[in-house]
Structure formats: structure tokens, C-alpha cells
Write a protein that binds this ligand. Structure first.
Ligand code: HEM
Length: 445
């Protein structure tokens, strides 16, 4: 085969890079991706990371040659929280569980969750007073945890365990530390055994086990939600899932299904607060749609805004794989064992595909513009067999939350200085974003 050596990311070997790694391994990894043109590699001892930004090669890795890769070992650190759930498992376990979970995310099912989203968003609005200052990210996490709990488990998780969202947060920060240590074993800072995080994981675990035990006591078939489906599910050989397996999938949905959407919504309201023109169009569309669902009243502009927010700030910061064997991608060989990092954050900032990439411009997602995007150039939900199972859910949820808020309130930035990113498992803001709630007149409420 005719191949070329993958360019080396030489800036990463400067002494200052070590300081960067020690300060924030995740930020360093993201910088590796962003400093890569189409493909680049970084080697340090046992570490061999290949960053890929070119859509064609991303498509080859995640779709065409997906079976030559498995999840990157750093992703497996999530195991301490989600066990062998869908996010981390590979091989036959993943195939079996993905099949079992799929019906909960069919289009018809997703549409049946719309009322829950609107009701939950309205409850958040009712909680906030006119003029009140809210911690946006915190409030979005509370809201999305409520929604995922009601939709998939028929329970308000915030009611069952106060502080569940905070506990998941603490656990994810810990996992992020572990994952950096696995990715950069020689140079990454040691992940300290963190008692607070382990206690948080134990509380989350206990909450989920209680949820399962409570449901087991109820007559079978009483609930047709995701949890009911998992408990009633039988594999092809007639076996039911064990409580352990059910626990892993429930926790996976908590983790994957709430922080990602909350992060995207946080960035969206931050972006919209700086663009009165976008806000007016959102408000106009929301007034026209009223409380109708997305089938009765589609919200095309809201969808464009949501997609553009996910372009600039995709929920997750990286999609990681490890090559199982030598794989040829374009002119390059990805050697067996190498880790591949694909960062939607960096892919979505390619100026050849998204001119003036830092500009927040929902017009990029007018259907005729979106159709022209090369495949795998826009990948907030990944692509291929391991693509996000909850993508359609997240799109429905995001549109309805934004539209419900736009009907009744405006969110104004308290501090207008720019907000940076703090890459963890998701792309969090690097500081608290406070918003003042402005209720929009009695006749509209
Ligand atoms: C805006 C919100 C969301 C974003 C940006 C997002 C992003 C992603 C991405 C990029 C992946 C693929 C990772 C890979 O290929 O390695 C993924 C997988 C996954 N997501 Fe999401 N997600 C979102 C919302 C959700 C929701 C709402 C749920 C469930 C309720 C969910 C559940 C999952 C699960 C279970 C997987 C693993 C799928 C598998 O490997 O089979 N996600 N997500």
C-alpha cells in the first residue's frame, strides 16, 4: 500500500506543554485536536494519540471501518459509575444491550415524551421569580434530569434523591481525572482517590438499585417505560437481564441523557442572550407554536438555533477509539493499538466547511445549507453504529425547552465577559453563567 507518515504535532513537545498537561489534561487533549489540520499524531512513551479532523477519514473510522476499532480505554473509566452500560461496553454485550434499548428511542416513543418536556420546562419557569438570578447550568441539569427521569423511568429523580444531579457531577469529575490519567499515563497528574466522589457514586448506585427494587415489587407490565422494558426484556436465548445489567443501563441513561443536553442548553442560552435578533425570531416562532407539540407546530428556526449551538459547543468533547488492527485510512496507516481522537468541537470549527467558524449563525442550518455539508462534517451525536442512541430525544427535548422558555421569559446575562470552555466529559463552561430571568408580560404567561 502507498502510505505516508502521519504528521507529528511538534508544538506538543514544548516544555510549556507539560505545564498545560499538569494544569488540565483534558484541555491539553482538546488543544491537540484543535491544533491538528486534517490528521496529526502525538507520541510520548506508551501514549500514541492520532487526532483526526477530516470528515472523509472520520467517516471511514466511525462508519466504514467501524469494526476495526473499539472504544478508547479512557472511555472505560466510566465503568466505575455506569458498569458495563452502553457507553462503555463493546462486542456481544453492547450488541445485546443496544438492541434491547432501541425501542425506547423510536420516533413514535420520542413523540410520546413531548408533554413531559413541556410540563417540566413550565415547572422550572414557575419556580423562577421575575428578576431572579439563576445559575443557568445548575438549573438546566435539574431540568434535564427531571425530563429523563420522567420519560424513561416514570419518576422525578430530583424528588427521589435530592442532590442526585450534584452527585453525578462529582462522579463525572472523578471519572474525568481517571480518564486523563489513562490517556496520559506518564505525564498526566495522578488521579487522587477521592472519597467524596466514591461516596457520591455509592449514593447514585443506591438510588438506582432502590428504583429497580421498587419496580420489581410492582406487577409486571404496569409500566411500559424504559425501565419496564429492561425488566421485561428477554434476549434471543430467553434470558432476562440481571439487576446488575439493568442498573448499568439505567445509570448510563442518567449520565448520558442529562448532562449533555443541559450543557448544550446552557451554551445556547448564553449565545442567544448576546443576539437580540436571534432571540426575537425564537420568541416569534414560540408565540405562534403555543403549547402544540412538534408534529402539530414544527419549530424550524428553533431547530436551526439548537443545531448551531451544538456546532459551537457540542455536548461531548471527544469521540475516542482504539485501533484493533492496522487500518488504512486515506493515505495513512493507523497502527494497531493507537488511539484515535475525534473532537466534534474541533471538527465543527473547520473554516473550509463552516466559514467564520466562531460566529454564531443559525442560518448555517437552513435545510438547503445543511444538505450541502459533507458527511461526517457535523457530528454532535457521533455517526455510525455507536452514534448516540438518544440523539432524536435530545433534539426534541432541546427544541421544546427553548420554545417553551422563549414564550414566557427572557434570560439576560448578569456578567457579559466572555465564557471559556472547561472540557470534562462534557464541554462545560469555565465559570458559572448567571442569568436574570425576565418574565414576558402577563398576557403571554
Ligand atoms: C445534546 C445531547 C447529546 C449529545 C451531544 C450526545 C452525544 C453523544 C455522542 C457523541 C455519542 C457517541 C460516542 C461515541 O461514538 O463514542 C453518544 C452516545 C450515547 N448517547 Fe448521547 N448525546 C446526547 C444526548 C443523549 C441522550 C438524551 C441520551 C439518552 C437519553 C443519550 C444516550 C447515549 C448513549 C446510551 C450512548 C452510547 C450509544 C452506544 O454506544 O451504543 N445521549 N452521545
Amino acid at each position: 500500500m502507498n502510505t505516508r507518515p502521519i504528521p507529528i504535532l511538534s508544538w506538543a513537545y514544548r516544555p510549556s506543554s507539560l505545564r498545560e498537561v499538569l494544569r488540565s489534561p483534558s484541555a491539553f487533549l482538546l488543544k491537540l485536536s484543535c491544533a491538528t489540520s486534517d490528521i496529526g499524531q502525538f507520541r510520548a512513551g506508551p501514549v500514541h494519540i492520532i487526532c483526526v479532523n477530516h470528515p472523509e477519514w472520520i467517516y471511514a473510522i466511525l462508519v466504514e471501518k467501524a469494526t476495526s476499532f473499539r472504544k478508547m480505554p479512557a472511555v472505560r473509566t466510566l465503568h466505575v459509575l455506569t458498569g458495563e452500560g452502553l457507553l462503555v461496553s463493546d462486542g456481544p454485550t453492547w450488541v445485546k444491550h443496544r438492541r434491547l434499548a432501541a425501542p425506547a428511542f423510536h420516533q413514535r416513543r420520542i413523540l410520546s415524551y413531548q408533554d413531559i418536556v413541556i410540563r417540566s420546562a413550565k415547572e422550572a419557569l414557575a419556580r423562577w421569580r421575575d428578576g431572579e438570578v439563576i445559575d443557568l447550568e445548575h438549573e438546566m441539569k435539574r431540568l434535564t434530569l427531571t425530563i429523563v427521569g420522567r420519560a424513561l423511568f416514570s419518576r422525578d429523580l430530583n424528588e427521589i434523591v435530592s442532590g442526585l444531579s450534584q452527585d453525578i457531577d462529582t462522579a463525572l469529575e472523578y471519572v474525568n481525572g481517571l480518564s486523563s490519567r489513562v490517556t496520559l499515563p506518564l505525564i498526566g497528574p495522578l488521579a487522587r482517590r477521592n472519597r467524596a466522589a466514591l461516596a457520591a457514586i455509592a449514593r447514585v448506585d443506591a438510588a438506582v438499585r432502590n428504583l429497580i427494587a421498587e419496580r420489581r415489587r410492582q406487577p409486571q407490565g404496569e409500566h411500559t417505560d424504559f425501565l419496564g422494558m429492561l425488566l421485561a426484556a428477554q434476549t434471543e436465548d430467553g434470558q432476562a437481564l440481571t439487576d446488575e445489567e439493568v442498573r448499568d443501563e439505567v445509570l448510563t441513561m442518567f449520565v448520558a441523557g442529562h448532562e449533555t443536553v443541559a450543557t448544550v442548553l446552557t451554551w445556547l442560552f448564553y449565545l442567544v442572550a448576546q443576539r437580540p435578533d436571534v432571540r426575537s425570531r425564537l420568541e416569534e416562532e414560540a408565540q405562534q407554536a403555543g403549547d402544540a407539540d412538534l408534529v402539530a407546530a414544527p419549530r424550524p428556526y428553533t431547530l436551526q438555533v439548537y443545531k448551531e449551538a451544538m456546532r459551537l459547543y457540542p455536548g461531548g468533547f471527544t469521540i475516542g477509539r482504539q485501533a484493533i488492527r492496522d487500518v488504512q485510512i486515506g493515505d495513512w496507516i493507523i497502527p494497531a493499538g493507537a488511539w484515535v481522537m475525534i473532537s466534534p468541537y474541533s471538527v465543527h470549527r473547520n473554516p473550509r466547511i463552516f466559514p467564520d467558524p466562531e460566529r454564531f449563525d443559525p442560518e448555517r442550518f437552513v435545510p438547503q445549507n445543511e444538505q450541502k455539508l459533507p458527511r461526517a462534517a457535523y457530528i454532535p451525536f457521533g455517526i455510525g453504529p455507536r452514534a448516540c442512541i438518544g440523539g432524536q430525544f435530545a433534539i426534541m427535548e432541546g427544541q421544546l425547552v427553548v420554545s417553551t422558555f422563549a414564550r414566557y421569559i427572557r434570560l439576560a446575562l448578569v456578567n457579559t465577559s466572555p465564557v471559556g470552555i472547561s472540557p470534562q466529559i462534557t464541554l462545560r463552561p469555565d465559570r458559572k453563567i448567571e442569568m436574570r430571568v425576565e418574565k414576558l408580560g402577563r398576557e403571554r404567561a
